[in-house]
Design a protein around this ligand. Sequence first.
Ligand code: C2E
Ligand code: MG
Ligand code: MG
Ligand code: MG
Length: 293
Amino acid sequence: GAKADGKARAQIFHAQMDIDYHYRQRLKADLRQAVADGALTLAFQPQLDIETRKIVSCEALARWTHPELGPVSPATFIPMAEEMGLISDITAFVVESATRECAQWAGPVGVAVNVSARDFRGLDLLTVVSRSLDRAGLPANRLEIEVTETAVIEERDLANSVLQGLADRGIVIALDDFGTGYSSLSYLNALPFNKLKIDRSFVADIGKDPRALLLLSNVARLGRDLDLTVVAEGVETEEQLELMQGMTRVQQVQGYFFSRPLPSRDIAELIARMNGGVESAQKAKRHRVVNGR
Ligand code: C2E
Ligand code: MG
Ligand code: MG
Ligand code: MG
């Protein structure tokens, strides 16, 4: 009967919760170890100028391959790291290695790093960033710091002062996943943003739905009117790219259509190939050999 069914379902549900709980406990313990061992790596995804189709910067994305479970999504392990108080260590690692990699790339390509709400409290971001830039010999305007609306709302006052400090130093501040959070527009103007990254949910349907295209084009216009560099995330098809180029004021694009996030050796080669001539491509190849990768 229905009652027995309900009971069976409840048991399955509880059994699943148990598995999830143990799975998560294990992942957490292993994540702590991985961070301590320096076992996280970075992948880099290019952002291109929509007109010139050159790579203007690359977003650094944390990667963790579990020795037995394989690749774990950052959508899983970043929130865990935040809960566990590990995120600052990860952010410091990402800033440090992303700037180091960026300094090796052909031409003045920038690098973008994601920071979380916790970093405003748990990390001396300005010190970490300045030290990394100095070590890498990189000018401040080659580094972009990406924050989400949610992070900014959660830590409003701190976020404001930290971001202002970074902006004063010449670092580019980007608002990430725009349109998915609280979408309170007032802080767009109150905080020192230079760049607006429109979330991929605004891009997904523009080929099928004229209203989706209208929405994207108006969000892009809002950003441009506020003097922000406007980036569209999640560009997956040529059709999306062409609609965007013809019908919106989007300036930069990022997405699988151009490239998935790539390991550092591959991104260096892609940059050399797409941005430079034959000479810089050869230089990148030599760099790869020198580094034994
Ligand atoms: P995000 O910062 O918005 O990064 C973009 C995400 O979209 C990446 O997922 C990227 O692989 C994915 N993506 C790029 N192009 C496309 C596309 O054309 N289609 C689709 N469907 N997806 C695309 P990833 O690497 O899995 O990262 C997910 C999120 O995890 C990031 O979203 C960011 O919020 C967070 N994350 C990743 N690395 C770090 C990190 O080092 N620190 C912090 N705090 N968060 C990070
Ligand atoms: Mg991002
Ligand atoms: Mg994003
Ligand atoms: Mg996103």
